[in-house]
Write a protein that binds this ligand. Sequence first.
Ligand SMILES: Cc1cc2nc3c(=O)[nH]c(=O)nc-3n(C[C@H](O)[C@H](O)[C@H](O)COP(=O)(O)O)c2cc1C
Length: 323
Amino acid sequence: MTTPLTLGNLTFDNNLIQGPLAGISCAPFRRLTWQHSKPAFSCTEMISCKTLLHHPLATQKRFTTKALDEGPVCFQLSGADSRELGQATRISTQLGADLIDLNCGCPVNKIRKKGAGSSLLLQPDNLYQLIRAMKDNTHVPVSIKIRVQGFGPDRFHDELIKAINASGLDYLIVHGRHWTEHYETTCHYEDIRFFVEHLNLPVIGNGDIADVASLQTMLATGCAGVMIGRAGVGQPWLIGQLKALLAAETFHTPSQYAIGSMFMEHVSELSALLGSEKFALLQARKIAKYYSRRIPARLEFCAQMNNCEKLEHFETLVRFFFN
Ligand SMILES: Cc1cc2nc3c(=O)[nH]c(=O)nc-3n(C[C@H](O)[C@H](O)[C@H](O)COP(=O)(O)O)c2cc1C
């Protein structure tokens, strides 16, 4: 059975969360996840504070649209300046964020060079100020999503614990890898347990969850909830399936035809949201490998997707391959 999850002033009836994925976590993706799984909540992809503050909202629909029928949403912000983060927190709250998270795990150089993402873990004083700026500008629960020490050279855990404990953070999300580690390195569950044992707030564990066995390994760290990233892409029913299996209920995986229909819904909703068939199809190419996990001619489908420039052609391909 999944258990209820209380984060700040919100209580959810289960403790499974769909995590943030840049280029993927748009409103249609989250809506499908809600329809098929009812997670505790889903996250937006990372949104730069500067973009939120300085670009017209109309150009940011991909990041900021929260659909009426998609369930609770956590807005994930990226930045390193507390004044900007405070303002971005206020805007996110006005846009309907149910929770707000600060990205402290992004390993990408472009982000780290700005002092944001995972480089924030080496600046506990600034991190404290950033969390305070979020807390002072919203009534919704506030979190940070971090990486762990892993086998890297920096020892940031102790300093982090002090900063977090003093800051009033509502909960912590921990991806169990160091920022230098790639997905080939397995998740460091012991580091997640370290945070569970040293903080008096809920810890959400993240990394490599794809089935009941991996979910149970993560729950054994004592974490209050679990965040699922890649495995939720192309499988909007996965969290619902995990909930059912934990409750010892039978679950029928959708047919290939139904999965194809979900993929078409995802892409046509994105096209309508952005008013751009072209952009939606570029996204479709990126996520084709996830939706086509189970189809035998996966490689052929993905190759043909790369030449697909019209929604009509996309639908013909899906109907042909997902049968
Ligand atoms: C394509 C992709 C995009 C991602 N984008 C973000 C992001 O915007 N913000 C973030 O905190 N993590 C991001 N992540 C990391 C995931 O949220 C998650 O922490 C990581 O994939 C581990 O979880 P998993 O093994 O369940 O996928 C991204 C990961 C991938 C593969």
